[in-house]
Design a protein around this ligand. Structure first.
Ligand code: AGP
Length: 606
């Protein structure tokens, strides 16, 4: 989604801004731009990638103060005019903005009435003009931004440059901004990733914060004009360099990183002697857990799929009702919140606006939310203040892979912990621990011998649509496989619980239709076999993900086996071939695997 990078210091700003934008590229965007101050403010912007922007830049852009932006269109089409930065009418103010200004129409109308000609269709541009109008009152950049934002309604991460002042003023409300403090230089970014090369000393702005930067100082205040409580902190080492190395794409690299990522996630969090999980960050002791009436899990996309697996594991092991919810629906359905219940917000980025809103809804109604989050220090991690970091390390491909696995691993450990406090025996706990501890090695074993992925790709790559089916714990795995293939190869995919297939999706099947079944050797396998027969009888071609040595292999046209593992952690194995099928299909179709069209790595608008 939109990204911001800014610099003020002794060095030339343009190369730093372009490098900052390059590091934000993985988030997904459709246009880019930079503004550098050198007497006047020079703005360059263009539809396309950072590489496309480079083609229109002059050979040198002098200036040591600047801001930059990658845009993912919300208000107004993908055009050069709508790209950021946006200039005010008299060129005294230039801004970049992430988020949505909800009263933009009203602001734009009032500006037009005052004779200001707007040059884009965006909500953001209005802010540049309103700040310039306020600047004319007292020529004070900080106060001008403060007064302008008080007139705005919506969300923002905003940075403003001023023709007549050597300062950047930035503010946050619902869209992340992080200040990086260097020696005699300051950086500002919407993503910690872009800061790691420069400094570890950071300030995560909180909602309602406003910051005025010079090369040597940061002045923090609140939008209301009071003192901000926000403190400086050290960037987590997890946000260190993540380069491609020998891999052609981040997605493939991240698929291969899964064994180590899972090791990292479970290490020190399993109590073998007690047969339980040990998730200290939850701040819940066994007697708290024994009283929990129900559990709700919230997430979007891949995180929702992982939450569904968490729901099944919690019910199975703890025998308490659990329910996964799609975050974007949650708050609009006016949910009943029981303050004694447990709520989990599952998210890789920790910045997903839909999940943030769902958390706020729960908190507003007196409930507590625990994060299951990858990005340390992200908005959701801080808003929840308690939970589990999944420790996947940086995930840069838009299609989530290793974060899914670690969310499932983290939720398995929680299910085990709550299960042990209420229902299951130590022996059952130890069995699951053993299963979880085997997973990293088994994923490595599978990756070393992946089976006929290419044959599966040949069946799906030209298909009109692909049906993914699974039962029980494999139904969300099928959903995750469908999401992966759809988002990076642009093939319409449908995922259903296998038993539901005969109630509708079966109508889609014709001679040669590819159907992918996820069928580990568990208690619902026999039922899944019936669904396979029903598909085959209609001429469908079956791609079967199964456990090595299982006789179910005779049911498939293309059979991909994974090593056998404890039933409750089978998603950590069965999802891997699905990730590989999606990856290789996208490659075969010439798609941009890491940055699929229209998508963003973190979706920071509702
Ligand atoms: C996954 O491959 C997707 N790109 C997407 O569905 C993603 O999982 C979703 O937007 C949620 O993101 P989050 O985990 O950062 O909250």
């Amino acid at each position: 989604m939109c990204g911001i990078f800014g610099y003020i210091g002794p060095h030339q700003a343009a190369p730093l801004l372009l490098e900052g934008l390059r590091r934000l590229e993985y988030r997904g965007y459709d246009s880019t731009g930079i503004a550098v101050k050198n007497g006047t403010i020079n703005v360059h912007k263009k539809v396309g990638k950072v590489q496309d922007l480079r083609t229109v830049l002059p050979s040198s852009i002098p200036g040591t103060l600047g801001i930059a932006h990658t845009r993912w269109a919300t208000h107004g089409g993908v055009t050069d005019e709508n790209a950021h930065p946006h200039e005010s009418a008299e060129g005294k103010v230039v801004i970049v903005h992430n988020g949505i200004i909800e009263n933009a129409r009203m602001l734009r109308t009032s500006l037009s009435v005052q004779g200001v000609a707007l040059s884009s269709e965006t909500d953001s541009e209005a802010l540049a003009h309103v700040i310039e109008r306020e600047l004319s009152v007292d020529n004070n950049p900080e106060e001008a931004v403060r007064r302008a934002l008080r007139q705005a309604r919506g969300t923002w991460g905003i940075c403003a440059l001023f023709k007549d002042h050597d300062t950047i003023v930035c503010a946050r409300n619902g869209s992340p901004l992080i200040i990086g403090q260097g020696v005699d230089e300051m950086f500002i970014s919407s993503d910690p990733h872009a800061l790691t090369a420069h400094t570890q000393q950071v300030i995560y702005l909180e909602d309602g914060d406003l910051a005025t930067l010079t090369a040597t100082s940061v002045k923090l205040s609140t939008l209301k004009g009071g003192k901000s409580q926000t403190k400086s902190s050290i960037l987590e080492s997890e946000w260190g360099e993540s380069e491609l190395g020998e891999f052609p794409h981040f997605m493939l690299k991240e698929i291969y990183e899964q064994p180590d990522a899972i090791r990292h996630c479970i290490s020190g969090r399993l109590d073998r002697a007690g047969g339980s999980g040990r998730l200290g960050g939850l701040k819940l002791n066994p007697s708290d857990l024994a009283k929990v009436p129900h559990v709700r899990l919230l997430g979007c996309g891949t995180s929702y799929n992982a939450a569904e697996i968490g729901q099944l594991l919690i019910e199975k092991l703890a025998r308490i009702p659990a329910m996964a919810h799609i975050s974007s629906e949650f708050r609009h359905n006016d949910p009943v919140i029981n303050p004694s219940a447990l709520h989990f917000a599952v998210t890789q980025s920790g910045e997903t606006a839909d999940t943030l809103s769902a958390i706020k809804e729960i908190q507003l109604k007196g409930g507590n939310v625990h994060g299951v989050v990858n990005v340390v220090g992200s908005s959701i991690a801080r808003l929840c203040g308690q939970g589990v970091y999944i420790h996947s390390g940086p995930e840069q491909a838009v299609a989530s892979t290793k974060a899914f696995s670690n969310m499932v691993a983290a939720l398995s450990m929680f299910a085990l912990q709550v299960g042990r406090s209420r229902n299951i025996s130590k022996e059952r706990g130890v069995e699951l621990i053993h299963g979880l501890q085997q997973v990293p090695h088994l994923v490595e074993e599978y990756l070393a011998n992946q089976g006929p992925i290419q044959e599966a790709v040949d069946l799906v790559k030209d298909a009109k649509s692909v049906l993914f089916l699974g039962r029980g714990i494999s139904a969300p795995v099928a959903q995750e496989g469908a999401l992966k293939l759809m988002e990076i190869a642009y093939i319409p995919c449908l995922a259903y619980p296998a038993g539901e297939m005969k109630h509708g999706p079966i109508a889609l099947l014709e001679e040669g239709s590819p159907v992918i079944f996820v069928a580990p050797n568990d208690h619902v396998k026999a039922k899944t076999v019936s669904a396979i027969h029903e598909c085959r009888a209609r001429g469908a071609k079956i791609i079967l993900i199964h456990e090595e040595g299982d006789e179910i292999a005779q049911e498939g046209d293309v059979c991909i086996s994974v090593p056998p593992v404890h039933n409750l952690v089978s998603p950590l194995l069965t999802v891997v071939p699905l990730q590989l099928i999606a990856y290789h299909t996208a490659l075969a179709l010439g798609c941009d695997v890491d940055r699929p069209r229209n998508l963003a790595k973190s979706v920071t608008v509702e």
